[in-house]
Structure formats: C-alpha cells, structure tokens
Ligand binder design. Structure first.
Ligand SMILES: C[S@@+](CC[C@H](N)C(=O)[O-])C[C@H]1O[C@@H](n2cnc3c(N)ncnc32)[C@H](O)[C@@H]1O
Length: 219
C-alpha cells in the first residue's frame, strides 16, 4: 500500500465549458431544504470545482466556505461569486486550511474518491474536524464493482485505487473504489444516515459510473 496520501487536481482547462459543471446537481435542492429546516446556516463546498454548489448554497442564504486544489477552479469561483458570502481558497482535502468545527454542513460532490487508501482516512478525519457537533456531510465514493475498477486496465496505486487514463480533466487522477464493508470501516466515527448506490448511464445506455452516496452525521 502507498505510504502517503496522493493528491492531483483536475485540469479544469479541459472541462471548463461543459455546462453540467456550472449547474447545481439535483441532490442539492433536497440537501439545502433539509439543512435549512434543521437550522443549519454554514456550509462547506469541499473540492468546489468551478463553484456550482458554493454559489447555489450561498444564494439559498448559507455562509459558504469552499476550497479546491486546482488554482484555476479557485480563480474561477472568485470571479463567479459576485457579492455572495463565499470564502474560497486553494487547499488540499487531506489537510484543509479552515479551522475546527467551522461548518454545520459539508458537501463533497465527486471529490473524495480522488485519493488513495492512505489518503481517505486523512480526508474523513478532516471532515470530522471541520464539522460542528450534529453537523452533516453528503459525499460519494466510486464503487468497486464499476468498470473503472473491474475492467478498465488502469494502473493501480494500491489494492483499492486506480489511476484514470481517460483523456480529459481526470487524466492521471487517482480513484479510490470501495464496497459496503469499506464504507463502514472508513466512516466508523460517524452515524451513517443513508447509503445509496447509484448507477449512471449515458444516452446510448452504456454504463458511465457506479457510486455510493453517503449522508452522515457527526454526533
Ligand atoms: C469532479 S470535480 C467536482 C467539482 C465540484 N465538487 C462539482 O461537483 O462541481 C473534482 C474536484 O475535486 C478537486 N480535487 C481533487 N483532488 C483534490 C484534493 N486533494 N484537494 C482538493 N480538491 C481536490 C479537483 O481539482 C476538482 O475540482
């Protein structure tokens, strides 16, 4: 197994104009409603990319903190945020440059799989540190029975991690893949409120990816 956490930012230059990275995902409409009902007011966009979710939560009235490892992502969000209450900085999810217990809710959308087995424990430790007591997170991890892990032939970094060879922004980026047992072990310090497995297909019916979506709480 790798002894160190592996980090590699997306190359956003290769994906910047894809509209889906500028438009909020459907999950966040539910999450902002739920978290507002619960009285949550502060939110972190963990690995913000071009900031689609930071902007959405800020426009819904949350105080937002965001970060990404990609300088291009951070600069783009700085330009896009206008007068919205969004703090954004360059940071690595393995050692996040924000204080302890600084947010009520945290979203890491297609982000935390971009590490290796050693790194995920650091990342989950950071999520625990950043959340206030009773704080919640929502995030996804790649599933071990998806094509990327089972049949892509991509090189492996450790027994659970492949390195994407797909041309585009993710070339060379690690993808940690998990199963249900791994999830229970990785998130043992949290209460798991829901774990769902989603398979996405393209318009031709070809499988795009399999992810676990996890909603958890710091008690
Ligand atoms: C698939 S994009 C998702 C961006 C955003 N969450 C969204 O849904 O639009 C993954 C993002 O994670 C960032 N990332 C990858 N590894 C990271 C790390 N170690 N620390 C911080 N950000 C990282 C990438 O630079 C990229 O912006």
């Amino acid at each position: 197994m790798e002894k160190e956490a592996i980090a590699k930012a997306w190359v956003w230059e290769k994906a910047k104009d894809i509209p889906s990275w500028l438009t909020p995902s459907k999950d966040v409409y539910y999450l902002s409603h739920k978290w507002k009902e619960e009285g949550k007011t502060s939110f972190m966009d963990f690995g913000t990319g071009l900031g689609r979710h930071a902007i959405y939560f800020a426009s819904e009235g949350f105080e937002v903190k965001a970060f990404d490892l990609s300088p291009e992502a951070v600069e783009t969000l700085k330009k896009r945020r206008g007068a919205l209450p969004i703090e954004v900085k360059l940071s690595d999810m393995h050692h996040v440059d924000y204080p302890d217990e600084c947010v009520d809710a945290l979203l890491a959308y297609h982000v935390v799989s971009h590490t290796n087995r050693k790194g995920i424990d650091l990342v989950v430790g950071e999520i625990y540190r950043l959340l206030k007591p009773q704080g919640e997170f929502f995030l996804d991890l790649c599933a071990k029975d998806g094509w990327m892990f089972t049949s892509s032939g991509y090189p492996k970094l450790d027994e659970d991690t492949v390195i994407s060879q797909e041309e585009g922004p993710e070339y060379g980026v690690p993808h940690l893949c998990v199963n249900l047992e791994d999830i229970k072990a990785i998130f043992k310090g949290f209460s798991l409120l829901s774990v769902e497995k989603i398979i996405s297909y393209d318009e031709a019916g070809k499988e795009k990816y399999r992810h676990y979506w996890i909603l958890g709480k710091k008690e």
